[in-house]
Design a protein around this ligand. Structure first.
Ligand code: KDG
Ligand code: MG
Length: 407
């Protein structure tokens, strides 16, 4: 890429090889191609439109090397800023431009971020079971695959469906295909009665070395969260995730005062400003912000820098709805960021690996972004075109009286 190179096209690809993914392809006049992930589960087409209608035309003719200026232009230059749709769109552009810069300089992106500070990135995956024996089998299966850190979720007696708990023989997918979300029934009291015992059984089964995690999916009040954290102290969790809804960050003060169980939050945050109170008051131990949904590599690094000052670590979101392009970007950040702790990795169906051919790899509970130039992911556009978008939504949950619960 010479200093005269310019962006000539920015195309949005929506594909559904088993689940929906939105991908941005930026091409330069000198023929470099950069890929960015723009997948926002259940709101995919809103981001596709934001990119196609409002961002792509502004990128044409711009200098692809000016990553930070483009970020500032799309964030500060816009009156209506923040929010998941905007920040995911900016994230996709940012990822694609880092990919281009890596390819132009023949360097993997982590080298451009200061080089590796570790040899590989610790990862955690998910174990689920409708009941405790099934959960223990699932934990065994993930340990056999080499995972040393595992998120454990179980069904709750009396509830037919529990978010995050898949059937043992089907791949886990949080979004259900169809024109409207599936409605689940949720009972916090039943969950609070069951979860501590199930997690204690998990700890007893795996022994002290395995890192166990648990996700409450934003469903609790501050006091319920404090009670759960306290009840889980002997389980020695690596983290307890998303105990309360993300809006009221002050409530974490109450939770923090009552438990030393490590807390993780932030997969639905989109900017460093949403992380600010939690980080600077040390109300959390891990920030979960995702490279795609929080403005890309450039912005995740700002979150990491603020967190480092306050001894908070990064543990980014990486479910099956974050594409292999975003996973790669998160791994490049992980390899080069001192206060990066762990990367979520749920894996993908085989077809997803064919559409997104990636250099990153998994071995022995760890991931490595690979040494290909850029992000190290190439998209098979012809294959992607064979799987058009299908409407799919995350479920919604109602309490037993029919009223909606929080996410
Ligand atoms: O799209 C949202 C899901 O990916 C999310 O609910 C999964 O909570 C989740 C997690 O921690 O992976
Ligand atoms: Mg979560």
């Amino acid at each position: 890429m010479s200093k005269h190179d310019t962006i000539v096209s920015a195309d949005v690809i929506v594909t559904s090889p088993g689940r929906n993914f939105v991908t941005l392809k930026i091409t330069t006049a000198e023929g470099l191609v950069g890929w960015g992930d723009a997948t926002l589960n259940g709101r995919e087409l809103a981001v596709a439109s934001y990119l196609r209608d409002h961002v792509a035309p502004l990128l044409i003719g711009r200098d692809p090397a000016r990553i930070e200026d483009t970020w500032q232009y799309l964030y500060r230059g816009v009156y209506w800023r923040r929010g998941p749709v905007t920040m995911t769109s900016i994230g996709a552009v940012d990822l694609a431009l880092w990919d281009i810069k890596g390819k132009a300089t023949d360097q993997p992106v982590y080298q451009l971020l200061g080089g590796a500070v570790r040899d590989r990135v610790l990862t955690y995956t998910h174990a689920t079971g409708w009941d405790v024996p099934q959960l223990l089998d699932s934990l065994d299966a993930q340990r056999e695959r080499g995972f040393q850190a595992i998120r454990a979720q179980t069904g709750v007696p009396g509830l037919d469906i529990v978010y995050g708990v898949g059937s043992p023989d089907a791949g886990y997918e949080p979004a259900g295909r169809g024109a409207a979300p599936v409605e689940e029934v949720w009972d916090t009291a039943a969950y609070l009665r069951h979860a501590p015992g199930a997690l204690a059984a998990a700890r007893e089964h795996v022994g002290p070395e395995v890192k166990l995690l648990h996700d409450a999916h934003h469903r609790l009040t501050p006091n319920e969260a404090a009670r759960l954290g306290r009840a889980l102290e002997d389980v020695d969790l690596f983290w307890l995730e998303d105990v309360t809804p993300a809006e009221n960050q002050e409530v974490l003060r109450h939770v923090r005062r009552h438990t030393t169980t490590p807390l993780a939050i932030g997969e639905v945050f989109n900017t460093v400003w949403e992380c600010q109170t939690l980080i600077t008051e040390q109300l959390i131990d891990y920030v979960r912000t995702c490279v795609t949904h929080a403005g890309g590599i450039s912005h995740l690094r700002r979150i990491a820098a603020l967190a480092e000052v306050w001894q908070v670590k990064l543990g980014p979101h990486g479910p099956s709805d974050v594409s292999p392009v975003a996973l790669a970007a998160s791994l490049h950040v992980g390899l080069s960021t001192p206060n990066f702790a762990i990367q979520e990795y749920m894996g993908y169906e085989p077809l997803v690996h064919e559409v997104f051919r990636h250099d990153w790899s998994y071995a022995d509970g760890h991931l490595h972004p690979g040494d290909a130039p850029g992000l190290g992911v190439e998209v098979d556009e012809a294959l992607a075109a064979r799987y058009p978008y299908e409407p799919a939504y995350l479920p919604v949950a109602r309490r037993r009286d029919g009223s909606m619960t929080d996410w």
